[in-house]
Design a protein around this ligand. Structure first.
Ligand code: NDP
Ligand SMILES: C/C=C/C(C)=O
Length: 301
């Protein structure tokens, strides 16, 4: 007997992420653009996905999706949004979703920060960066955020408790780092790659740790290139490790629950840049790539 497990989901919030730029080169004209969303189940023949339930699905840029609950071309199988009380459902794409777990696991597991250490974060006012900085403060570190505007930097220092910010567009990054971190950098959470990372790495302390999360400055390039980092790696005995957050799929709920706990304790703040209207997805995406966002970028359908 053939039992249908299909359900129909209607998008409520769509996630806008830098990785879309890098992965889009694999798409052909006519393909659905990739991405995740919070969607509401509006019809269902599947008891695991009942009508009215909200899910996170990697369905791409679409308003309605028929799914059988299995994996999609773009990623994980749909997940039921965990109980987050009265908090907005959009957080399941950000601080209580993929970006939140990227910050939680990517920083703690790879940088292994210790009390009193100095942490530098690039694209620090974005979804992942702003979250990493707050975890670093919770862990007793000194935190320096590198970002693209003074307005973003002031938010990091005045609202989130970062110790310093550096505007890489107007400040001399090398000089500013010498002034903000004369003791050197123990952990670097790298969201950007390129020249910004090359400069930060010259300030690393012996046995420093670098978590390579993203390379936003290189997502237009077709081929990966080894940069001029080897001298710093050798001179300072550095450890550098890249990751994809899906590596911690088996611990996914641990990250969500810890981040939720920190939000409820007032230790973790979040901000979203929300654009209204599915038809404005592309504008929200290009605006984010030009630094127009603070925190997580969301499109509300
Ligand atoms: N490894 C993994 O599993 C994951 C990796 N990531 C990566 O983490 C990083 C941060 O993601 P997310 O927080 O969602 O995005 P952000 O919210 O940080 O948005 C992207 C930001 O990148 C900065 N930026 C864009 N282009 C450049 C450039 N050429 N040079 C310098 N800065 C630039 C801009 O900020 P500014 O004002 O500072 O210029 C922009 O706001 C990305 O690289 C992403 O790909 C995200 C999720 C999972
Ligand atoms: C899952 C996201 C990956 C990157 C590189 O952004």
């Amino acid at each position: 007997m053939c039992i249908s497990t299909e359900f129909l989901a209607e998008a409520v919030y769509l996630s806008v992420d830098p990785y879309m730029r890098a992965y889009s080169s694999k798409l052909k004209p006519g393909d659905t653009f990739l991405g995740s969303q919070v969607a509401k189940i509006i019809e269902s023949k599947n008891p695991k996905f009942p009508v009215g339930q909200h899910i996170v699905g990697y369905f791409g840029w679409r308003t309605h999706t028929i799914s059988d609950g299995g994996t999609t071309t773009f990623g994980n199988a749909p997940m039921i949004v965990p109980n987050i009380g009265t908090l907005p459902l959009s957080l399941a794409l950000g601080v209580l979703g993929m970006t939140g777990n990227t910050a939680y696991f990517g920083f703690l597991e790879i940088c292994t920060p210790r009390v009193g250490e100095t942490v530098v974060i690039s694209t620090a006012a974005g979804a992942v960066g702003s979250h990493v900085g707050q975890i670093a403060k919770i862990k007793g570190c000194k935190v320096i955020g590198v970002t693209g505007s003074d307005e973003k930097g002031k938010w990091l220092v005045n609202e989130l408790g970062f110790d310093h910010f550096i505007n890489y567009k107007t400040d001399d990054l090398d000089k500013a780092l010498s002034e903000c971190a004369p003791e050197g950098v123990d952990c670097y959470f790298d969201n950007v790659g390129g020249d910004i990372s090359s400069i930060i790495m010259r300030h690393m302390n012996n046995f420093g740790r670098i978590s390579v999360c993203g390379a936003a400055s290189t997502y237009n390039e077709k081929e990966a290139k080894a940069s001029t980092i080897q001298r710093s790696m050798i001179s300072f005995n550095l450890k550098m490790e890249g990751f994809l957050v899906q590596r911690w799929n088996d611990r996914w709920n641990e990250g969500i629950q810890q981040n939720l706990k920190w939000i409820k304790q007032g230790k973790l703040k979040y901000r979203e840049t929300v654009t209204e209207g599915f038809e404005n997805m592309f504008e929200a995406f290009t605006d984010m790539l030009q630094g127009g966002n603070v925190g997580k970028v969301i499109v509300k359908v």
